[in-house]
Design a protein around this ligand. Structure first.
Ligand code: HEM
Ligand code: NAG
Ligand code: NAG
Length: 328
């Protein structure tokens, strides 16, 4: 018996030691990852995002969405940026992305600039997306830094259209389906409600909200009627017409939540978060509608949670030379 206890202690100690030695089990993203290796990286990215937003305000929204679509498909690993390759069909042609995801040229521009100031391939494409998303929010939202973005992700050598179709939530889902989608990514109801606040900026195509403005009942009738003018039922010629996701689509604010209280959510999935039935989700929408500080605080916390989805760290993956292609 003595012997058994001793060997058990040894097994436990060996197990602990082994766990401690596996870098991926303890390694973490950190806010100062580039501070020593390339202190110019973050200011360079911010300046390019800033110029891009001056050229076209919507691009800030597009960059935020790109990070979300990266993280929800096999983790935040830059896979969304890969073009199709001999060994895989990439994510750009998945239903939620095709003809819709935008900002790839700005990412290329950022990558070229950081590779120049860092004298080499130092900053990963996955980190560029995380930083560009945070900078877009900060530029369109007021406070200098909404949250400190965590860094040190590496880039995937693989992308999957099937995984993108499977894992990205479509706008026709109901609340319980949206919640299970988020839970499958380790996120909860609060994350769902506060991250949907990303729709405080940007635009959606008629095809994304057509069913809602013709078939949903929990929609303000005047709001629906106005939208139907530029998004008529039978004409697919208008399917690319854009409408803002809230009434202030170039400003990060809480108008998105206020509009939900008035049944003026643009997407079916937006209005699912507020039905006026006193649910937990309703309460969060109400809170964020009147408390911009609660929104900023919780949005930052949930962005960090989303940004922590299965990052490649240590020596897994690579730092890509070109965000659209794996290294040789
Ligand atoms: C909760 C589930 C979500 C669904 C069902 C959803 C769905 C959509 C859809 C259908 C569009 C319009 C695409 C188009 O018509 O081209 C859109 C746009 C957008 N989404 Fe989401 N989304 C969700 C969550 C998020 C999250 C978590 C974020 C970021 C934190 C986000 C950020 C954006 C942004 C910024 C846009 C506008 C992009 C632009 O103007 O280029 N969305 N979303
Ligand atoms: C949500 O949609 C699923 C699938 O269509 C359905 O089974 C479920 O009953 C719906 N939930 C609610 C609350 O409507
Ligand atoms: C609305 O619902 C009907 C009946 O389910 C369906 O045929 C139609 O495609 C839906 N969407 C629009 C835009 O009418």
């Amino acid at each position: 018996m003595d012997c058994d206890v001793e060997s058990l202690v040894v097994v436990v100690m060996v197990t602990l030691a082994t766990v401690a030695m596996i870098p991926s089990a303890v390694a973490q993203l950190s806010p100062d990852y580039y501070d020593k290796v390339c202190p110019e990286a973050l200011p360079t990215i911010k300046s390019i995002v800033n110029q891009a937003i001056i050229r076209e305000q919507r691009i800030g929204a597009s960059l935020l969405r790109m990070h979300f679509h990266d993280c929800f498909v096999n983790g935040c690993d830059g896979s969304v940026l890969l073009d199709d390759a001999p060994f895989f069909v990439g994510e750009k042609t998945a239903f939620p992305n095709i003809n819709s995801l935008r900002g790839f040229e700005v990412v290329d521009e950022i990558k070229a600039a950081v590779d120049q100031v860092c004298h080499g391939h130092v900053v990963s494409c996955a980190d560029i997306l995380a930083i560009a998303a945070r900078d877009s929010i900060a530029i369109l939202g007021g406070p200098e830094y909404w949250y400190k973005v965590l860094l040190g992700r590496r880039d995937a050598r693989y992308a999957s259209r099937d995984a993108a179709n499977q894992d990205l939530p479509p706008p026709f889902l109901n609340l319980s389906q949206l919640l299970s989608n988020f839970q499958s990514h380790g996120l909860d109801l609060k994350d769902l409600v506060v991250l949907s606040g990303g729709h405080t900026i940007g635009q959606a195509k008629c095809s994304s909200y057509k069913d809602r403005i013709f078939n949903d009942t929990n929609i303000d009738p005047n709001f629906a009627a106005t939208l139907r003018e530029s998004c008529p039922r039978p004409l697919s010629a208008n399917d690319n017409n854009l409408s803002p996701l809230d009434s202030t689509p170039a400003r990060v604010d809480t108008t998105y939540y206020t509009s939900l209280l008035h049944k003026k959510g643009l997407l079916h999935s937006d209005q699912e978060l507020f039905k006026g039935d006193g649910s937990e989700s309703d309460k969060l929408v109400q809170l964020y509608s009147y408390d911009p500080y609660a929104f900023a605080r919780d949005f930052g916390a949930s962005m960090i949670k989303m940004g922590n989805l299965k990052p490649l760290i240590g020596n897994i993956g690579e730092v890509r030379y070109n965000c659209r292609k794996v290294n040789y």
